[in-house]
Every structure is written in structure tokens, then in C-alpha cells.
Write a protein that binds this ligand. Structure first.
Ligand code: NAD
Length: 261
């Protein structure tokens, strides 16, 4: 099992869903955790503390809104001050909005690009110097299958996630001769609040809840099963391990077969 004792991980958007699952896996592996995200973080902090008590790790939460570069800078400064810097950066915070391109609200486009794409640039540029100085680091960007293919109604999300994969390749190349790696993970459907909202939209049209979930999977995900946050957490641990050290600039699918079609 990978031990990350003594390392500090920042997971953006870790008060819910995938980010929370990844944070729990990293805490189980012994890492110190900096949580981030909206909502009441106290339950999440308590959950991570329980795991960290066993491994001696430390936990903190920074409430940065990652659509604001100044707040990201404040979060990285907090990490340096309180934890001695970031070893593992997981860029996970993200939002979705579904509408045809002609009707896509301009302010939703702007916030999806800011949160799902530009935040990855800002947290990377601000944490990379510390990783280079320490001689080790992992940058893991939670992209999506939508970083590689499109779906109707998701113009901003698909554009942002394609951008994340492009940025990942460049950072992977710029760090290629160092012990810092940068990779993207591309999940298919994961049953989180972000996806539940899309199931609820189908239910609102009169479709039975079980049927709505089945239809969502059947349209895209051949396994007909959701990917789970713990499975994503295990993939993050692999990318943090010695065995993962030559995976660089990759976009790693974990999608129940979505992209094999
Ligand atoms: P979620 O809605 O459950 O969680 C999103 C998290 O991001 C929350 O903690 C929220 O507070 C935080 N967040 C949102 N806006 C923020 C902001 N401006 N500043 C700071 N934090 C913010 O969603 P999820 O499904 O767990 O998605 C997490 C990531 O995984 C996203 O990048 C998403 O695009 C990606 N993803 C999700 C799926 C899926 O099927 N759920 C599939 C592929 C990729």
C-alpha cells in the first residue's frame, strides 16, 4: 500500500462527491489534507480527522472560491504557512450547466471556464515552484470523458475539460525531467450531486427514478454501472506511487467503457 505519510495534499472541491472520495483515500494513505469547497465542511473535516488520527496526519480547510485567482493565491499561501507547502495537488472543483449553445447563459459560460479550467492554471502555477524546490510533486487534474469527446448541451463543460487535458500535457512536458508529474483523470458517470441534478431533470419530465438512472447510464456507459469516488481515490494513490512516476501528461480514462465506443 502507498504511504503518503509526511506529504500534504490539497484537494479542491473536497466537501462533496469525487473530491471527498479522493481526500478520504489520501488521508487513509497517511497524507496531511487541505480540504476546500463550499458548504459546511465540519462533517468532512471530522471524517478526515478520524482517518488521520490513525496515521498521525493533519487536516485543514480553506474556503477559497476557486473562480477567484486571488483566493487561490491565499489558499496556496495558507498551505505554505500551515503545512510547509503542497506535495500533491488535486484540481477537482467543478460545476456543470446544460443548455444548447445559442441559449447558453454567458455568465454560466464564464463561471464554468473560471472554475473548471482557469483555476487549474492558477493553482498549478502557484504550487509548482514549491514542488520543484522540494524535488517531488504530483499534480492530478480531474478532467472527464468530456475532455476527449463532446455531448450535446455541454459546450462550456466540454470546452473547459478539453482545455484541462491540454494544460495537463504541457505541464507534464515542462516537468518531464523532474520528480514532479502532472496527469489528468477522465471519469465517466459518477453518482454525485453534480450528476444527480441531471437525473432529477429527467425525473422532472415524468420518468421513473430507477428508469432515469438506467437511461443516463445506457446512453453512454457500457458497464451500466457508475464509477465510484473510492475507485477514483485508488487511481490517485497509484499516480502518487513510485509505480506511477513515469505516467506523465496522460489523460487516464476510468469510465465503464464510455470512450471505447
Ligand atoms: P460535486 O458537485 O459533488 O462536487 C463539487 C465540489 O466542488 C464541491 O465540493 C463544491 O463545493 C466544489 N466547488 C464548486 N464550485 C467551487 C468554487 N467556485 N470554489 C471552490 N469549490 C467549488 O461534483 P462532482 O461530481 O464530485 O465533481 C467533481 C469533479 O469531477 C468536477 O471537476 C467534475 O467536472 C468532475 N467529473 C465528475 C463526473 C461525474 O459523473 N460526477 C464525471 C467526470 C468528471
Amino acid at each position: 500500500m502507498t504511504t503518503l505519510s509526511g506529504k500534504t495534499a490539497l484537494v479542491t472541491g473536497s466537501t462533496s462527491g469525487i473530491g471527498l472520495g479522493i481526500a478520504l483515500s489520501l488521508a487513509k494513505a497517511g497524507a496531511n489534507l487541505i480540504l476546500n469547497g463550499f458548504g459546511d465542511a465540519s462533517k468532512v473535516i471530522a471524517e478526515v480527522e478520524l482517518l488521520n488520527n490513525k496515521s498521525g496526519g493533519k487536516v485543514g480547510h480553506h474556503p477559497a472560491d476557486v473562480s477567484d485567482p486571488a483566493q487561490i493565491a491565499d489558499m496556496i499561501a495558507y498551505a505554505e504557512r500551515e503545512f510547509g507547502g503542497i506535495d500533491i495537488l488535486v484540481n477537482n472543483a467543478g460545476i456543470q450547466h446544460v443548455a444548447p449553445v445559442e441559449e447558453f447563459p454567458v455568465e454560466r459560460w464564464d463561471s464554468i471556464i473560471a472554475i473548471n479550467l482557469s483555476s487549474v492554471f492558477h493553482s498549478t502555477r502557484l504550487s509548482l515552484p514549491g514542488m520543484r524546490a522540494k524535488g517531488w510533486g504530483r499534480i492530478i487534474n480531474i478532467a472527464s470523458v468530456h475532455g476527449q469527446v463532446g455531448s450535446v448541451g455541454k459546450a462550456a463543460y466540454v470546452a473547459a475539460k478539453h482545455g484541462v487535458i491540454g494544460l495537463t500535457k504541457v505541464v507534464g512536458l515542462e516537468t518531464a525531467t523532474t520528480n514532479v508529474t502532472c496527469n489528468a483523470i477522465c471519469p465517466g458517470w459518477v453518482l454525485t450531486p453534480l450528476v444527480q441534478k441531471q437525473i432529477d431533470d429527467r425525473i422532472a419530465k415524468g420518468i421513473d427514478p430507477q428508469q432515469a438512472q438506467h437511461d443516463l447510464l445506457a446512453e453512454k456507459q457500457p458497464s451500466l454501472e457508475f464509477v465510484t469516488p473510492p475507485q477514483l481515490g485508488e487511481l490517485v494513490l497509484f499516480l502518487c506511487s513510485e509505480a506511477g512516476s513515469q505516467v506523465r501528461g496522460a489523460a487516464w480514462n476510468i469510465d465503464g467503457g464510455w470512450l471505447a465506443q
